[in-house]
Design a protein around this ligand. Structure first.
Ligand code: NAD
Ligand code: MG
Length: 376
């Protein structure tokens, strides 16, 4: 069996390093063909020395790196188009991952997609690129991996609804006024997952769950009325699918991204992996579920409404959120400013034209400018 070539975009991040760990255990099936990172050249060099990819790219210009590396944003598209790359793990954070996803799908590759922002900014274009280019998107996000595993080949006509689980984040039981003035340290202190900084903040505001509802809408082709969110603090049930006959299937596991990463590479097959964390239902008990406190986490509803509105609204939601999160992480705004920034951007820009990529990127830029001008 020919080993399948893997490109990891964002190999130095939380998902990227998880993917490399998984790939090291499955070198009989997969080979690491390309690695890219934004600026952490030291870690990228270590990874390149160990995995020996044929292509290495670093996005930020001017970093000190070996002469045979590619430099600059164009390295991302170059990496995914290579003949020795069969599967692209897109583990970039933010809208910056969009162009590479489109290029990979247009080239007929499988995209193991962690970069959910790609589908939020341009869901229609990405799904069209997938159809036209003959590529496929397999989700890495644990909720969507769970849903894919539960659906197991059934058509959307068999599905009554999807139930996405949310841990509730570090502020699940905090009152709204305390959330609004929480520190960066409080917000990064996620109860069940260790992740990159941006998604950790998104999990604290529940903007992450809004991104995931939009992601599910495009991945599974279901209307927003059929996608619900429930809080499940233990993060053991990764999501559920209710079928038309009333049967509900859930996928479970300890909170670890290793399985969703591996499954995105092997889907629809399953591959033995004895290093996966063991599942002990008694140790993981009790498993509980709660309604979302939507009024105290306004980013969730704002995002879902942006998804329903269509056009450029979801791109505006995403860009405003990215910008507000960056300002918060830099200590320049409060936690409460994040939903305020999203709300302001949507009020002013939700009606911006969508459709072509240029229009979506223009709306994205405009939302970022507005948030910086108002909150920085
Ligand atoms: P991270 O910040 O740990 O890593 C991000 C990676 O992307 C790094 O390798 C960085 O070099 C690269 N990168 C950042 N900006 C870039 C740019 N402008 N151009 C090119 N590369 C860039 O983030 P993460 O937690 O690994 O998350 C990555 C993606 O996966 C996000 O979309 C996130 O929502 C999603 N995701 C993460 C988890 C998790 O457990 N960490 C779970 C589900 C989904
Ligand atoms: Mg998720």
């Amino acid at each position: 069996m020919r080993r399948r070539g893997i490109a990891i975009l964002g190999s130095t991040g939380s998902i990227g390093t998880t993917a490399l760990r998984v790939l090291a255990r499955h070198s009989d099936r997969f080979t690491v063909a390309a690695l890219t990172a934004f600026e952490n050249a030291a870690l990228l060099e270590e990874q390149a020395a160990f995995y020996k990819p044929s292509f290495v790219g670093v996005v930020r210009n001017g970093s000190v790196h070996p002469a045979n590396w590619r430099e600059g944003e164009a390295c991302l598209v170059e990496a995914v188009r290579r003949d020795d790359v069969d599967i692209v793990i897109n583990a970039i954070v933010g809208a910056a991952g969009l162009e590479a996803t489109l290029a990979a799908l247009a080239a007929g590759k499988r995209v193991a997609l962690a970069n959910k922002e790609t589908l939020v900014v341009a869901g229609e274009l990405v799904t069209a690129a997938c159809r036209q280019g003959g590529g496929e998107i397999v989700p890495v996000d644990s909720e969507h991996s769970a849903i894919l595993q539960c659906i197991a080949g059934r058509t959307s006509a068999d599905i009554k609804r999807l139930v996405l689980t949310a841990s509730g984040g570090p502020f699940r039981d905090w009152p709204a006024d305390r959330i609004a003035s929480a520190t960066v340290k409080d917000a990064l202190n996620h109860p069940t997952w260790r992740m990159g900084r941006k998604i950790s903040i998104d999990s604290a505001t529940l903007a992450n769950k809004a991104l995931e509802v939009i992601e599910a809408h495009f991945l599974f082709g279901l209307p927003y009325e059929k996608i619900e969110v429930v809080v499940h603090p233990q993060s053991v049930v990764h999501s559920m699918v209710e079928f038309v006959d009333g049967s509900v299937l859930a996928q479970m596991g300890v909170p670890s991204m290793e399985l969703p990463v591996l499954y995105a590479l092997t889907h629809p097959d399953r591959v033995a992996d004895s290093a996966m964390p063991a599942f002990d239902p008694v140790a993981l008990s009790p498993l509980t579920f709660e309604r979302v406190r939507t009024e105290d986490f306004p980013a969730l509803q704002l995002g879902i409404e942006a998804g329903r509105a269509g056009g450029a609204a979801a791109a505006v939601f995403n860009a405003a959120n990215e910008e507000a999160v960056a300002l918060f992480l830099a200590g320049r705004t409060t936690m409460g400013d994040i939903p305020r920034a999203i709300s302001l951007a949507l009020t002013k820009l939700a009606g911006a034209p969508g459709g072509a990529l240029d229009a979506l990127l223009a709306a994205d830029q405009e939302a970022r400018r507005l948030v910086r001008a108002t909150f920085a």
